[in-house]
Design a protein around this ligand. Structure first.
Ligand code: PLP
Length: 427
């Protein structure tokens, strides 16, 4: 059913609507709910899919006969690097298999760049008076928190349906040599859900940058996390960059956090062989080798790259109905009212909800009072500041399906109530 735009309603109609919404909201509060849509985490049912890992590995040697229980093998188990090289469309020698968190690899890479400079730097980034990064928004809150913690300034550009606004990025990086890098979540971005096209990737790979050691942090956290059978293929950033004469520009990250266990998976870094050697040289000062027992466990569990793809289909079967429920409830309750827009992601972990400008914080606090936890408004922007106070990130994977449906119904009530209040206050 399509509803009337709220902006077409008379003052009296709005007053009457507010009364009805307030009554539903009070009823909602009275239910004593405790629902949580904040966490982009796999549900227990998804984690259960990988429980076989708890009984692995069988034996303790890799295919070359190395005892995985011992020190060494800083770049990770060769067979696991091969498996994920195939999945990430790169060469095995371009891949490092590390610990359980790709975010840690991103942090380490940034710290090495600041302290030592990269393979193509004249001096450490930290010697510059100011270091800036381009941040497509809305984006991943932890990327922004990481930059903030290191004193790196953030410049926002829009995240479009085909990836970051490449023309805006190209204009900025051409002029300003203090802009040393950018984030890209290329596949099913957090939270916009967009997929960076080959064209946008090619533009970012080839653009002229004032800083000749500019880096693209290509965080492919959701490379394999399809919600439909129409599986997006990530753009081939390493090849594109190499072909346009900037082989050391992209550094790719990925992990099995949302494939096997979020707390005990394997993270990957992929880049030019020179970048890989640079990373390992610095990593080697603080580690004698990764958890190869976990690497072997993952190799045995999946058996092949196809094994990983097959496993992701089982995840899809669990979470796709939750995303469908979010869309169904939002459509039933909000479509046509002109107070909210949301995406229908084809993969990843989030739904991006834009509510009436100036009401996102109010929606989040109304939901909270009714026992529905949402990610704080603004969290998908640097410093938590959404200039329009309109963006809310919904994470439906963790709660059971019935809870997702119930929570979204409450969110819809909060969105409408906040919008009516705003219109009545002349906003
Ligand atoms: N990158 C993005 C875009 C994410 O959304 C997340 C988790 O939500 C991560 C990285 C975290 O990855 P990891 O668990 O490998 O540290």
């Amino acid at each position: 059913m399509t509803h009337t735009p709220l902006s077409d309603l008379s003052h009296d109609d709005l007053l009457a609507l507010r009364e009805r919404l307030q009554a539903s909201y009070d009823e909602l509060k009275g239910r004593g709910l405790s629902l949580d849509l904040t966490r982009g985490k796999p549900s227990s049912a998804q984690l259960d899919l990988a429980d076989e890992l708890l009984r692995l590995p069988r034996g303790c040697t890799d295919r070359s006969g190395t005892d995985v229980r011992n020190y060494g093998g800083l770049a990770g188990l060769p067979e696991l690097r091969e498996m994920f090289a195939e999945l990430l469309w790169v060469e095995p020698e371009q891949v490092v298999a590390g610990g359980n968190s790709s975010l840690t690899m991103m942090r380490d890479t940034l710290v090495y760049l600041l302290l030592f400079g990269g393979v193509d730097s004249d001096r450490p980034w930290g010697k510059e008076s100011v270091v800036k990064f381009i941040c497509p928004v809305p984006g991943y809150d932890r990327h922004f928190a990481l930059l903030e913690s290191l004193g790196i300034e953030m410049i926002t550009v829009p995240m479009n349906d085909d990836g970051p606004d490449a023309e805006a990025v190209a204009r900025l990086v051409k002029e300003d040599r203090s802009i040393k890098g950018m984030w890209v979540v290329p596949t099913y971005a957090n939270p916009a859900g967009s997929v960076c096209t080959q064209e946008v990737a090619a533009r970012l790979a080839s653009m002229e940058t004032a800083a000749h050691d500019f880096k693209i942090f290509w965080d492919n956290a959701y490379a394999l996390h399809h919600l439909t059978e129409d599986e997006a293929k990530s753009a081939d950033i390493l090849t594109l960059a190499a072909a346009s004469g900037h082989p050391h520009r992209p550094i790719m990250f990925a992990s099995t956090s949302k494939i096997t266990f979020a707390g005990a998976g394997v993270a990957f870094l992929a880049a030019s062989v020179e970048n890989v050697n640079w990373y390992l040289q610095h990593l080697g000062k603080g580690s004698i080798g990764p958890d190869k027992v976990n690497h072997l466990r993952h190799v045995q569990f999946f058996a092949s790259a196809q094994g990983v793809r097959d496993h992701m289909v089982r995840h899809r079967e669990i979470i796709a109905p939750k995303f469908a429920a979010v869309d169904r409830v939002l459509t039933e309750r909000l479509d046509g009212h002109g107070v909210a827009r949301w995406n229908k992601p084809r993969g990843g972990y989030f739904v991006n909800l834009d509510v009436m400008p100036g009401t996102a914080s109010r929606v989040v606090s109304l939901a909270k009072e009714a026992g529905i936890a949402l990610t704080p408004a603004g969290s998908s922007f640097p410093l938590g500041q959404d200039p329009n106070d309109e963006n809310i990130r919904l994470a439906p994977t963790m709660p059971p399906l019935e809870e997702v449906t119930e929570a979204m119904d409450g969110v819809a009530t909060a969105v409408l109530l906040a919008a009516v209040e705003k219109l009545l206050s002349g906003g």
